[in-house]
Write a protein that binds this ligand. Structure first.
Ligand code: FE2
Length: 205
């Protein structure tokens, strides 16, 4: 059975002992039983970067990609391990181009990941991610540092020009996806109730 606290402890121990290769073993073992992970984390219902554990030397995220969602090319500046427990995650890998070539990067390879797949990414990897299916994809991402604190880069998806990674923009993408998939759900089940008590409007949440 997948136990979140035990998984965190195993990742921390493996990272300290063997770095990314140790963590890859832990993540691969976890997603080899995707139903157990689903049972512990729940069926993905909301796209987002859900934090399981965050420290200066290790971040563990439950990344939920919305239907059809795509994230622009970016790097991490730290090693990462990705394991899929439901759905699919298509990765495009990019390489830097010499200055003066007009574009900062070019596509260098691709890997389509599905449940039970676990892969390591080196600290210099640049990738972009697409969820190619019409339902949510759930993945465990482990990073060898503080994912939210280390300055890194993203590449404008149209011109492929390097710029500072903008975490707020990344999080807004997930929220935009939630709004869109919420709209799809409302299409399927009917409109949201229009009547809302004035006090609910005045004091949301
Ligand atoms: Fe990434």
């Amino acid at each position: 059975m997948f136990d979140v606290d035990r998984f965190i402890a195993e990742c921390q121990g493996a990272s300290a002992a063997n770095g990314s290769s140790g963590v890859l073993e832990v993540v691969a073992r976890a997603v080899a039983a995707p139903a157990d992970v689903l049972g512990a984390l729940g069926e993905p219902r909301r796209a987002g970067l859900h934090v399981i554990s965050r420290a200066a030397d290790l971040t563990i995220l439950n990344v939920v990609w919305g239907p059809g969602m795509s994230q622009l090319p970016h790097n991490h500046k730290m090693w990462a391990v990705i394991g899929i427990y439901t759905g699919r995650e298509d990765n495009i890998f990019w390489r830097r181009l010499p200055g003066g070539s007009g574009r900062g990067i070019e596509a260098a390879g691709a890997k389509a990941l599905g449940d039970r797949d676990a892969v390591p990414l080196g600290p210099d990897v640049i990738h972009s991610v697409i969820n190619p299916i019409r339902r949510m994809t759930g993945a465990i991402h482990v990073y060898g540092g503080d994912f939210f604190a280390v300055p890194r880069s993203e590449w404008d998806p149209e011109r492929l020009v390097e710029q500072p990674f903008d975490i707020d923009k990344a999080l807004a993408l997930f929220e935009e996806s939630n709004r869109r998939s919420g709209a799809v759900a409302r299409d399927l089940i009917g409109p949201e109730p229009q009547c809302q008590a004035p006090e609910d409007v005045a004091h949301p949440g």
